[in-house]
Design a protein around this ligand. Structure first.
Ligand SMILES: Nc1ncnc2c1ncn2[C@@H]1O[C@H](COP(=O)(O)OP(=O)(O)OP(=O)(O)O)[C@@H](O)[C@H]1O
Ligand code: SF4
Ligand SMILES: [Mg+2]
Length: 345
């Protein structure tokens, strides 16, 4: 058995931009995901981060085969999902579930918690008679930390954190192998965020789950992710073990994202590198040539950065970076223009 559960290979998801009275003319494409290779190992948590619109949700949906790839493939546990249809696809889908950002919008407000969970069980034929179902529902509530009387209540009667627990319980009804959690705590208060992330970690240990956790904020995935991939305009620009990514970021974009997170220790905070990005995030419908980040990169070098797209290459075992000059920047051989990258001390 390979230790890779999900293998994403050369994945592209392009959305046509339609114009005309009956939307019959394609005038361009949104390059939402544009050439992504990544592997998610069994039992790990892969954190995927990047700014709004960089393609995180589209990538997550393609992994679950909810978005159709334009090119490339997603191999789940050795099977190319594109080869499946009908019953085999349905059976494969049972092994992967999604947890959404806003549990209220993904939970039907007119359904009681009991009926939401039973629906999940039935959809996958795990409903084994009234008594077994009742026992399973009590067990599900228990593992996500909700009281047994929650079954008769409705989603709006719960707090945001509790609703997210309902969403997680619902994902668990089918005993999945993979959970794609798309911004699972973004809508929650900071104090509640940690509780939900801890719950996800406990469940992973208990059930051997594999996670793809999507967030726009590097701080959110820091404690939960084993490995982190940073996305920018449809591509992964850096991927590493979480510790290495946070302590030795090598892509200018990752460095800029990290430099925006304040550090609690005032002395460290004073010395913290601050990288100010120039320019706006370009549109994924008109991505820049060459390195997609060159329009905002303080270290960009003439001609090569504008014309040649840097491949994601391994700079040391397990650490991949898509920057032509990652080593030169780290060694100080290329410095950013004054004012763009400056220590605060
Ligand atoms: N079904 C669709 N049809 C057309 N364009 C789409 C569709 N889904 C996403 N897009 C576009 O693709 C790009 C990537 O969107 P996506 O939702 O994957 O980004 P994201 O990183 O999840 O952003 P956010 O942090 O805001 O959730 C955006 O420009 C978005 O408008
Ligand atoms: S390839 Fe050039 S523009 Fe892109 S991140 Fe590296 S230095 Fe910056
Ligand atoms: Mg999203």
């Amino acid at each position: 058995m390979s230790d890779v559960l999900v293998d994403v290979d050369g994945l592209k998801v392009h959305f046509p931009i339609k114009r005309g009275i009956v939307h019959d003319r394609t005038v361009g494409y949104v390059y939402a995901v544009d050439g992504v290779d990544l592997a998610i190992r069994r039992g790990e948590t892969y954190g995927l981060v990047g700014e709004s619109g960089c393609g995180k949700s589209t990538l997550g949906r393609a992994v679950l085969r909810l978005s159709e790839p334009t090119a490339g493939r997603v191999v789940f546990d050795g099977t190319d999902l594109a080869q499946l249809s009908g019953e085999p696809l349905r059976r494969m889908r049972r092994r992967m579930q999604m947890v959404f950002q806003d549990p209220l919008s993904s939970l039907d407000p007119r359904q009681s918690v009991q009926s939401l969970l039973v629906e999940g069980l039935r959809a996958h034929e795990l409903d084994r008679g009234a008594e077994a179902t009742a026992a399973r529902l009590r067990e599900l509530l228990d593992v996500v930390g909700l009281p047994a009387n929650a079954l008769r209540r409705y989603p709006h009667e719960f707090s945001g954190g509790q609703r997210q627990r309902i969403g997680i319980a619902r994902a668990l009804t089918v005993e999945p192998d993979l959970i794609v959690a798309d911004e699972p705590v973004s809508a929650l208060d900071v104090s509640v965020q940690a509780q939900v992330l801890n719950l996800l970690e406990d469940l992973q240990a208990q059930f051997g789950l594999t996670y793809l956790v999507i967030a726009h904020d590097l701080a959110v995935v820091r404690h939960i992710a084993d490995r982190v991939g940073v996305m920018y305009l449809g591509g992964i620009v850096e991927e590493a073990d979480a510790d290495a990514l946070y302590t030795e970021p090598r892509h200018p974009y990752t460095r800029a994202l990290l430099s925006a997170i304040p550090v609690p220790d005032p002395e460290v905070e004073d010395r913290r590198e601050q990288i100010l990005l120039t320019g706006d995030l370009p549109s994924p419908a008109a991505p820049p040539s060459g390195c997609r980040f060159h329009t905002r990169c303080p270290w960009r070098q003439p001609s090569r950065c504008d014309t040649e797209r840097p491949p994601l290459r391994e700079i040391r075992p397990g650490h991949r970076v898509a920057c032509h000059y990652a080593e030169d920047i780290a060694a100080g051989r290329i410095t950013a223009p004054t004012g763009l990258s400056a220590s605060r001390g």
